[in-house]
Design a protein around this ligand. Structure first.
Ligand code: SF4
Ligand code: SF4
Length: 331
């Protein structure tokens, strides 16, 4: 681990910008959000979490797969510059377990996701505090960890300094050249920030959700829980772990492109079959599927939660549906 001043850290990022597009949180129209950095003084390091997660940089909301013109197919253009994403919170970095499992670890490998994943350096950052909607500790995530991603950082606002640690071999190589101050006070600093996370509650407390939900699949409470959901899909688009997509052709049949776009299981057409039959005919089945996919199906099949407790679906739901209440209802 190393310790550098804020000026040294900014200079380090400027140096990396010769090789990478630097993506970091800045103040935007809707709050703090990631953007490609041109002015390094605008980066915000002491926020709790970004409006949106970083998933769109590895899994774009709309992505051209290939183009076709008069019978000739052309591969989609690849990105030119590698990315360096700074300030990823521990909840969000954990969402990659879901993406990697579905897009890389299982055949067939999603080459579009893999290419972006392989060309991106991920810098995680310890959270200075939890929001009232944060519940990452329910999933055994330590908001103050710097042990994830290629590099981990902890920003200490009081001293205007960064603790920085290379985790992957690529991350260690990048951090290697930095000089360092004494880091022996790291645990003390971490302890200082711990009190800012007291409201981050563990809602699951080691309970076996697979066992619990197995017997609740047809529970009558589902008939009440979904009420209020208007099927807007906002929760899924904001969710760092939601990875569903749809593929469509755009243009004329002799001249156009094939594009994949984010999709949402909250939309009625999502599960509608060509016969007109819909196995999830009402919002009740659609909402139940979303919850079970996060806390039952994925847990049962790959032993990972489909939720990292970021709280974005709670903050952004237009009808104030709070997924924590659903967990509390059943456990
Ligand atoms: S954001 Fe709220 S209203 Fe919209 S689909 Fe999700 S739960 Fe339903
Ligand atoms: S379900 Fe909600 S709290 Fe969980 S990861 Fe998705 S957006 Fe965050």
């Amino acid at each position: 681990m190393k310790k550098v001043t804020k000026t040294e850290f900014i200079n380090f990022l400027k140096k990396q910008s010769e090789t990478f597009d630097i993506i970091a949180p800045i103040k935007g129209d809707k709050g703090i959000d990631y953007d490609i950095i041109t002015d390094f003084d605008k980066i915000i390091f002491d926020h709790v979490n970004t409006d949106r997660s970083f998933k769109r940089f590895l899994f774009p909301q709309s992505q051209t797969l290939f183009e076709f013109k008069e019978g000739v197919i052309t591969e989609a253009k690849k990105q030119n510059k590698k990315k360096f994403i700074v300030g990823i919170r521990n909840c969000d970095i954990n969402s990659l377990k879901v993406f990697d499992y579905n897009f890389i670890e299982k055949e067939p490998v999603d080459t579009f996701y893999k290419e972006l994943r392989d060309n991106t350096i991920l810098i995680t950052a310890a959270c200075p505090a939890s929001n009232s909607t944060c519940f990452c500790t329910s999933f055994k995530i330590d908001p103050l960890s710097i042990g994830h991603g290629d590099i981990g950082i902890l920003f200490d606002k009081e001293e205007d300094s960064f603790y920085i640690q290379g985790n992957s071999s690529a991350g260690k190589d990048i951090v290697d050249g930095l000089s360092t101050k004494d880091t022996s006070d790291f645990d003390q600093k971490k302890e200082k920030y711990k009190k800012n996370h007291e409201k981050n509650r563990d809602l699951i407390k080691d309970k076996n959700l697979v066992e619990i939900f197995q017997s609740k699949l047809e529970d009558e409470k589902w008939g009440e829980i979904f009420k209020g959901c208007i099927g807007c899909g906002v929760c899924t688009f904001y969710c760092p772990t939601c990875y569903c997509f749809d593929i469509e052709e755009q243009g004329k049949f002799w001249n156009g492109k094939r594009v994949r776009n984010w999709d949402s299981c909250m939309f009625p057409i999502y599960s509608k079959e060509t016969t007109g039959h819909n196995p999830r005919p009402t919002q009740k089945e659609r909402y139940r599927n979303r919850v079970l996919h996060k806390f039952y199906y994925q847990l049962k099949h790959n032993n990972e939660y489909g939720c990292v407790g970021c709280g974005r679906c709670i903050t952004n739901c237009p009808t104030n549906i709070d997924i924590r209440n659903i967990i509390k209802t059943f456990i």
